[in-house]
Write a protein that binds this ligand. Structure first.
Ligand SMILES: [Zn+2]
Length: 275
């Protein structure tokens, strides 16, 4: 069994890094207004089409010492960093949820957040279509996830299927209320902040992303996500050493961390409040 588990995790890493390579290309084309469906991958410096050898995730960059084979131009390490992070993201999803519906949902959510972050890093914009994709993913998968959770938690209880309609309704309602609470709170805070500092703090895309986090994580999880994203944002701002940093990548990372590993922390602080 350990071999099988290791094998699955290795496959997950390579699948993730291959997707990461595709995401780099996708984000680049969104920022530069090129279609993802047309034309082959090309070197960002000289425009030479890339061959198979140049397209192996992670390895190509190390094999070619971070340079383009055709123009010898330096290829930014950020591409390989993105591939490694994407591989790691897939691995964490599988580690957390095994091979379940939840894993499929987590991986898809990760993919949307990942491309959105790459685009935000480059253009300081979060395209609405990614927010919409994340909302649609939530709405479509919620009944399946609730069913899967109900089945595993209490397969012996007979009234699970009976009350299932009510359970789904409650899930939609709770998620929507949490989304509005988290997104609304961040909107108010950012408006106050903008007034006080006279600068724009959060963009519209950031607020929408917090709304989406509330849907998936609930109000308590959403609050944790806000705190973690501020923490990551501070580190990120320190590392980047620039005045203005896009906040989307920090929110996305916090969203994913809370989604995968937030439950014990949320239970702990709710117990402190006596809930
Ligand atoms: Zn080149």
């Amino acid at each position: 069994m350990p071999f099988l588990a290791a094998y699955i995790l290795i496959v997950a890493f390579f699948a993730g890094s291959a997707f990461g390579s595709f995401f780099n290309c996708w984000a680049w084309r969104i920022v530069h207004h090129e279609s993802i469906l047309h034309g082959r991958s090309h070197c960002p410096a000289c425009g030479h089409p890339l061959g198979v050898l140049d397209l192996i995730p992670v390895f190509s960059w190390f094999l070619l010492h971070g340079k383009c084979r055709y123009c010898n131009g330096k290829i930014s390490p950020r591409y390989v960093i993105a591939e490694i992070l994407s591989g790691a993201g897939f691995v964490l999803c599988v580690l957390r949820f095994g091979l379940t519906m939840e894993t499929a949902r987590a991986v898809l959510l990760f993919c949307f957040l990942f491309v959105l972050s790459l685009v935000d890093l480059e253009s300081y914009l979060i395209p609405d279509r990614f927010i919409l994709a994340i909302l649609a993913l939530w709405a479509v998968t919620l009944p399946m996830i609730l069913r899967e959770q109900a089945m595993t938690a209490m397969s012996a209880m007979e009234n699970v299927t009976e009350n299932f309609g009510a359970l789904i309704g409650k899930g939609y309602l709770l998620g929507t209320v949490s989304g509005i609470a988290v997104g609304g709170a961040m909107l108010i805070i950012s408006l106050i902040f903008d007034r006080v500092t006279g600068k724009e703090s959060l963009g519209g895309g950031d607020i929408k992303l917090f709304f989406a986090a509330g849907l998936y994580l609930g109000a308590a999880g959403g609050l944790l996500c806000v705190m973690v994203s501020c923490f990551i944002g501070l580190i990120f701002a320190f590392l980047m050493r620039q005045e203005r940093i896009p906040f989307g990548p920090s929110i996305s990372a916090a969203f994913m961390i809370t989604f995968l590993f937030g439950d014990p922390v949320i239970r702990w602080y709710l117990s402190l409040l006596g809930v």
